[in-house]
Design a protein around this ligand. Structure first.
Ligand SMILES: NC(=O)c1ccc[n+]([C@@H]2O[C@H](COP(=O)([O-])OP(=O)(O)OC[C@H]3O[C@@H](n4cnc5c(N)ncnc54)[C@H](OP(=O)(O)O)[C@@H]3O)[C@@H](O)[C@H]2O)c1
Length: 158
């Protein structure tokens, strides 16, 4: 059975991706920070009980290291990785007045999480595996009040 990791699988695009792989017969691993949100998804979609879910904050290198260590010990490898985890845009607003910690947070979450996951995933993947990095149309099109989002998505595409 093929093994797929979908980061941030408790809502939105990640949840729909988890459901699609689950229905297609893959062994699915996913994570998110808030386990309650995952449990709500589970209540709506009982078939998700076969998914291997762990509460992980991927911003935290130590948690990420434990998470990928668990994947290595439990599965040995990954066939597919979907790097999707990203919080709602925190740095929204006029760039010159967006709080500096919000700019930093967007940089860390939307660039660093993808980078960190790639670093671990490549070491778990045999030839022929696949990685998808979720990005945004904002990466190629300036969007008012989302200036910090633009460079992050350009970076994550490279
Ligand atoms: N929705 C859109 O219109 C749209 C458009 C273009 C691109 N995108 C991109 O598509 C991706 C998903 O967007 P979405 O709208 O589906 O988002 P969403 O519904 O907010 O889902 C994000 C998922 O990531 C998890 N997550 C957030 N921060 C995390 C962290 N530090 N560690 C682990 N998990 C984390 C969230 O759970 P927790 O909060 O519990 O951690 C949740 O499961 C993002 O990369 C986004 O940039 C979305």
């Amino acid at each position: 059975m093929k093994i797929v990791l979908v980061t941030g699988g408790s809502s939105g695009i990640g949840l729909q991706t988890v459901l699609a792989f689950q229905q297609a017969g893959y062994r699915v691993i996913t994570c998110s920070r808030d386990e309650n949100k995952w449990n709500q998804a589970l209540a709506t979609h009982p078939e998700l009980s076969a998914v291997d879910y762990l509460p992980v904050d991927l911003k935290d290198v130590h948690q990420a290291d434990r998470f990928f260590g668990y994947i290595r010990e439990s599965y040995g490898h990954l066939d597919i990785a979907i790097n999707n985890a990203s919080p709602k845009l925190e740095s929204r607003g006029e760039f010159s007045s967006v709080p500096i910690d919000a700019l930093y947070s967007t940089m860390v979450t939307d660039f660093w999480i993808h980078t960190l996951c790639l670093r671990y995933e490549l070491n778990l993947m045999p030839a022929g595996s696949a990685i998808v990095n979720l990005s945004s149309v904002n990466g190629i099109r300036p969007t008012p009040n989302a200036a910090m989002y633009l460079p992050q998505n350009m970076a994550s595409k490279d």
